[in-house]
Design a binder for this molecule. Sequence first.
Ligand code: BGC
Length: 769
Amino acid sequence: MFVENEWKIIENDFNKDRHMIAESVFSIGNGHMGQRANFEEAYSGKTLQGNYIGGVFFPDKTRVGWWKNGYPDYFAKVINAPTWIGIHTWVNGNLLDLAAVKISSFERILDMKQGILSKKCNVEMPDGTQICISSERFVSMVDVEIGAIKYSLTAKNKGCNITLKSFIQSKVFNQDSNYNECFWESISGRSNKNEIVAVDKTKKTVFDVPQFTIATAIRNKYSQKVATTNEIEELQLSETANLSLQEGETFTLEKYAAQVSSMNYKDEELEQTALQRVTAAEAKGFDSLLAEHANKWAEKWKQSDIVISGDVKAQQGIRFNIFQLQQTYTGDDSRLNIGPKGFTGEKYGGVTYWDTEAFCFPFYLSTSPEAVSRNLLLYRYKQLPRAIKNGEKLGFTKGAALYPMVTMTGDECHNEWEITFEEIHRNGAIAHAIYDYVTYTGDKAYLVDYGLEVLIGISRFWSQRVILSPIKRKYMILGVTGPNEYENNVSNNWYTNYFAQWCLKYTLETISWAKRVANEQYQELAKRISFEELEISRWSDIAQNMYLPTDEKFGIILQQDGYLDKEPLTVANLPADQRPINQHWSWDRILRSPYIKQADVVQGLYVFESDFQEETIKKNFDFYEARCVHESSLSPCIHSVVASKIGNEEKAYELYLRTARLDLDDYNKEAHEGLHITSMSGSWLAIVKGFAGMRVAQNSISFNPYIPKGWKSYSFSINYRNAVLTMTVSSKKIEISLSNGFISNLRVFDEEYQMKAGEKLLIDIKKKK
Ligand code: BGC
């Protein structure tokens, strides 16, 4: 569907049936706001309108068939916000509707290097007038409340009269609204020459969450003097220009927009602020705004690009993933996070999942300044009181924190009991991100300032959630859902139990470290959260006596009690026409089957690799890979990293490909709903942790690189403790250079090195045995 190109996504013919996929793929954003690639023009075909503002959500009242105590009352959704892109055109009085006119040529381009969406198309109106439309659009990475469009029309074969209506649309809906209601109400609107501004507020609800107000302002700048009229109709605030074009003549409209929200300003300041911002943007001009935006992108690419030579498809795939991750989260505001679909669709509500910590965190940690990943941690820190409330709602006490599976504010929003109540392993990923951050950055102060409080809340939860089995005399965790959501209410999911044990151990270690090096601060914390020394002895007992299911006969870790009682089938037994099983089988059949939705035991081996012998990892990988259908986008990347670790290079590459071009090639047939943003970090993981074998331990960083067959070379950079390290791997050599800082403990294969800024290392590739 898309042309292969290293820096661009290109579509060069228009297909109505695939338009919604393109709307997702060509999405643009700046971490604070983002939008699907909806047309500026009228479009009566199938479309999903989407313009989203980070952090602005609506608590949609829960709708379930059978209410269970403990369910969340609402589902927080980042909602479709009033939109500013609309430019409708009439040619000699006929509406230019891109779904209805004849399109003789069409080209849509997403320039990932500069973050610009553009389109050029030639259309023929019913009266035979041919018009060339060309547009460029971006949302600024520098001035994150500003967006701009340059929109030109050329009369191709004869002169014509043009009416051009540029507007803000305040009446917008979410397709996934639970009760088909509009989430917005209009507060005020003005459309005068040079002052077109709408103020809209999310509707009042009974829930204890903020209401949001946003102001949207636009300014139109025309390439020639035109008479304009302004009007407001059905919450559409517009300015209309009438003009005539001679044959061959071009007319250009520059449209500037500002969208500001009550997250950052007082309600009463919003309208004026939006007007000031849009006036300033117009004064700066389209080209200057674009130039500074493109410079910011150049900076981002410098830190995070992966260059692959010898495989354009792979190059385009990884750049697309990095581009989308960078435009979803920029990390300068700890109230924001990474929704599984980012700003590209409604599914998953734009809310935060364990995906952030378990999959995205390492990407931002290595490719952005330290403050970015720290903000991701602070997001959870600030939500700790609500995580404790979630725990209380389910019957836990004394500060036990259960972080939500799905959230905006810290309140749980997922309302399927088998996930909300049972998929508790998410607490582990949140604790582990603290460990990852501290290990990677060396910023141990974070632990006493914030991290330990979260760790204690989480450990309190585990210590109340376990039961001591009177028969086995071991601690067990019953009634859970592991990462494999194709089974629920299982007992002793190994991944969950192992994680609980690790959390307790890590919290205990951190407490004893804090007592040694920051006792005063530790004592203050202990007092504030009524932490008792008795808790320490219980946690040690649980950590020492946690039940971890294994099977002697097969010599493997058991995904959960009884897993081996299932039919002994593997994915090889599944007919191709029954896959994906979630689209062909009843839920009941899926639950009974041995098939695994996504990495589960393998997810645990990925996180805790250093606790296991390579032989154990290999045995378990082979067993579980054969049974895993990878029906979550989050799965192949983890199996790919582990396959690299055990030297299964072919498998690693096959699974990498499934992640990297998932949306571009629409493997899962769902790209029209939005992109799989959180799994995009998986492609980065598969390259940097998988092919290049990057590992970070206390005060050391190591690599164990190889190159996939068919690639000539690949190259990436990481920030590591103020050093910027660039590694290029080709079939025979590895080149490492340091452009900043100093690394005292770098290990490549089995050798140790020290490096200073400006130095280069050339190392021969070693073949794995
Ligand atoms: C996966 C979860 C994931 C969620 C959002 C589900 O399909 O099973 O692990 O958190 O999607 O990405």
